[in-house]
Design a protein around this ligand. Sequence first.
Ligand SMILES: [Zn+2]
Ligand SMILES: [Zn+2]
Length: 231
Amino acid sequence: MGWPATRTSREHSDRPLPGFKLAYPMLSADGTAAGFSGVTLGRAHVYRAVDDAICVHGSRHACPSRWCDCGFYCFHLLSAARDLACEPEYRGAVLLEVAVSGRYRRYERGLRYARQRVCVVRIGRCECARPAQVLADSGAGSVGWRRLVPVCAACAGIRPVLGPEVFGRLAGGITVTTDDAAAGPVAPLPAPAVPEAAGAVAVLSAEVALLQARLDDVQTRLDELTRRDEG
Ligand SMILES: [Zn+2]
Ligand SMILES: [Zn+2]
């Protein structure tokens, strides 16, 4: 996927470079630490807010290597990460703003690099398309880590959830916000209009009145028959 290589010049930066990427939010089995896992390569590996890349293929070379596709990845543009988040398989991911440092290789749309600090986590949409507000257990995970998924309050229901600020604290003091731009102008359907409900009540009232009139009519006839028999 993504990031086709047009230039593979190896570079190094002492000054952090900004980048944007998608990741799955992860919670440790004992619930005391939060981290992230990759959405493509290295899904089984969990990295922390500040971490060094390791070769996900098990090699012991330094990342990023020219001969391997391992290392952290990011886009130059926030919009590129948002675009990727539209793909169904990445709907459960969150958007990370990162600071890249150390060795890196440049690509057409971003960087592949050795060291990263996660600065901000942005939570986008719930699966139901409402803006997500909290993180719930997705049911997926890897050894020692549960994968969380952004959900809205309605879809969270009675499930236990983690608030954005708690996740940020467990991850080591990261700002976690809702990504309003990614959520977009999503409005819930309007509630049934009041006149419609009033109309339904009016129809029911009319039917009840009609039934009452028929009962009265039957009662009158019965009375007449009873009087005739008595007479
Ligand atoms: Zn490698
Ligand atoms: Zn929802």
